[in-house]
Write a protein that binds this ligand. Structure first.
Ligand code: CTP
Length: 413
C-alpha cells in the first residue's frame, strides 16, 4: 500500500507549459489513494483547464479568492455566486503541498513572501511539508536569482524536486523540464517513507490462534481470528517498520510488502519462529492466542470412536512471551492479557512475570472486546503500573493506539 494512501494533497499549479502534465499528476495521486485539491494561478489556466483537473480530482478547483464561476467545475455549489475561497482552510486541510510546475516567477514570490494570488496565500498559510517542482527554460533555471529562490525555499524547509534534463518548450535542450509526474510521485513517496517514525525499526508480531494436533484430523484450537495482530502489523508497516508476522491459521492478509509472514500452526512452531526472529528485532508484540496446553501424545492414525468416555492427556506448551521476556536485551516487549475477572491485578502479575514493558489488557467483561469482533476495548498498563483505559474502538484504531505507544517509546530513548 502506498504511503500516499489517505493523504490530503494540495496541488498548486503555476503558469508554465508543464502545467499540462498536472492532469497525469492528479491521476497518479488519486491512483495511489490520495485525496487531491487543486489551486491554480490565473496564468496556469492558459495551459490546462480547471474543468480537466476538477474532473480528475473530483473536487472543485480554486484560483481566485472570490469565485463567481466555481460552477464551471464538476461539483455544483448552490452558493457558487458568492463563494469565498478560504486560503487558510485549504492550507490547513493539506497533509502535503506540491507546487508543480513551479515557475521562476512563482518561486520568487514564494521565496519573498509575495501574496498576489490565491496560490501564494495558500502557500503562506500552509503548515504541512511543501514540495516544489521547478519548470523553466535552461538559462532561467541557472540564473542566480532562480538559484537564490531554490536556496531560500530549501532554507524554509521546502523540498525541491529537481528539474530533469531534456528537450525544452523553447526548442533548447538542457536542465529545466519539470520532473515527470511518475518521478514526482516516486520522489514524494520515497521522501515520506524515509521520514516515517519507525523507519529502520524491526518489529515482531504474533497473531492468530495455534492448533494443537490430537490426531491427523483433529486439533485443539480457539476462536482467535488473527485480526488484532494483523492490524498491529499493518499499522507498524504503515509507520515504516519492517515487520515479522508470526501467525497461526487465519484468513487475514497483510497489506504491506514490508511484512514478512511466517505461517505456523502449533505453539511449538510459533515458539521456534519467534526465537529465530527475536534477536533481530527492536520491538515484539504478542497478540497471538497461544494454546496453553497440547495433547501429550499425538495419535498417528485417526482415533476411532469406541468407548463412551474419552480423555486426552494434556501437557503445558511453552509460554512464548515469557521466554522472550527472559531473553530480552534491548527489545521493547508488549504482551496481551485476556482476562475475565480481577483483570487489573492479573494483568499486572503477567506484566511482571513475563518481564514486559507494556501489557494490553482485554477484559471479556467489556462489551465489544475479544475474539471474532471488529472492535476491541483495551487498557494499557506499563511497567510502572500506570493504567490507561481506552474507549471501545475498531481494532484498526486500537492498533494505532498500540503503535503510538511504540513510537512514544522510541522518542524517549
Ligand atoms: N502467550 C504466549 N505463549 C503462550 C501463552 C500466552 O506467548 N503459551 C502470550 C499471549 O500472546 C499474550 C500473553 O501471553 O500476549 C498472555 O496471554 P493470556 O492467554 O492472557 O495469558 P496466559 O499467560 O496464557 O495465562 P492464563 O491463560 O492463565 O490467563
Amino acid at each position: 500500500m502506498s504511503v500516499l494512501k489517505g493523504k490530503k494533497v494540495l496541488l498548486g499549479i503555476s503558469g508554465g507549459i508543464a502545467a499540462y502534465k498536472t492532469a497525469s499528476l492528479v491521476r497518479l495521486f488519486i491512483k495511489a489513494g490520495a485525496q487531491v485539491q487543486v489551486v491554480m494561478t490565473p496564468a496556469s489556466k492558459d495551459f490546462v483547464t480547471p474543468l480537466t483537473l476538477s474532473a480528475l480530482s473530483k473536487n472543485p478547483v480554486y484560483s481566485t479568492f472570490y469565485d463567481k464561476e466555481i460552477a464551471d467545475t464538476i461539483v455544483p455549489n448552490p452558493d457558487a455566486k458568492e463563494l469565498w475561497n478560504n486560503h487558510v482552510e485549504l492550507g490547513l486541510w493539506a497533509d502535503l503541498m506540491i507546487i508543480a510546475p513551479a515557475t521562476a516567477n512563482t518561486l520568487s514570490k514564494m521565496a519573498n513572501g509575495s501574496c498576489d494570488n490565491l496560490l501564494m496565500a495558500v502557500y503562506l498559510s500552509s503548515k504541512c511539508p511543501v514540495y516544489f517542482a521547478p519548470a523553466m527554460d535552461l538559462d532561467m533555471y541557472k540564473h542566480p536569482s532562480t538559484l537564490e529562490s531554490f536556496q531560500k525555499l530549501q532554507s524554509f524547509g521546502n523540498i525541491m524536486i529537481p528539474a530533469e534534463s531534456g528537450e525544452l518548450a523553447s526548442g533548447l535542450s538542457g536542465e529545466g523540464r519539470m520532473a515527470e509526474p511518475e518521478n514526482i510521485i516516486t520522489f514524494i513517496t520515497l521522501d515520506l517513507e524515509a521520514k516515517l517514525p519507525l523507519k529502520g525499526k524491526t518489529i515482531l508480531v504474533t497473531a492468530g490462534p495455534t492448533y494443537e494436533a490430537i490426531d491427523p484430523v483433529r486439533f485443539i484450537g480457539n476462536h482467535s481470528s488473527g485480526q488484532m495482530g494483523f492490524d498491529i502489523a499493518n499499522r507498524a508497516a504503515a509507520l515504516g517498520a519492517q515487520v515479522f508476522l508470526v501467525t497461526g491459521p487465519t484468513f487475514c492478509k497483510p497489506l504491506y510488502p514490508t511484512i514478512t509472514v511466517y505461517p505456523v500452526i502449533s505453539a511449538e512452531q510459533m515458539y521456534n519462529q519467534c526465537h529465530e526472529c527475536f534477536p533481530k528485532v527492536d520491538v515484539a508484540i504478542a497478540a497471538a492466542a497461544v494454546a496453553d496446553y497440547r495433547p501429550k501424545h499425538i495419535a498417528s492414525q485417526k482415533i476411532k470412536k469406541a468407548a463412551e468416555n474419552f480423555s486426552i492427556e494434556l501437557e503445558k506448551t511453552k509460554d512464548i512471551l515469557a521466554s522472550l521476556g527472559a531473553s530480552k536485551k534491548h527489545q521493547y516487549l508488549i504482551g496481551f492479557a485476556l482476562e475475565t475477572e480481577n483483570e487489573i491485578e492479573n494483568a499486572k502479575l503477567k506484566l511482571q512475570k513475563k518481564n514486559l514493558d507494556l501489557i494490553v489488557l482485554n477484559s471479556l467483561q467489556d462489551e465489544g472486546a475479544g475474539f471474532g469482533k471488529s472492535t476491541n476495548k483495551i487498557t494499557f498498563i506499563d511497567k510502572n503500573f500506570r493504567i490507561e483505559a481506552m474507549d471501545l474502538k475498531a481494532k484498526t484504531a486500537v492498533a494505532i493506539d498500540i503503535m503510538d505507544k511504540v513510537c512514544a517509546h522510541f522518542m524517549t530513548i
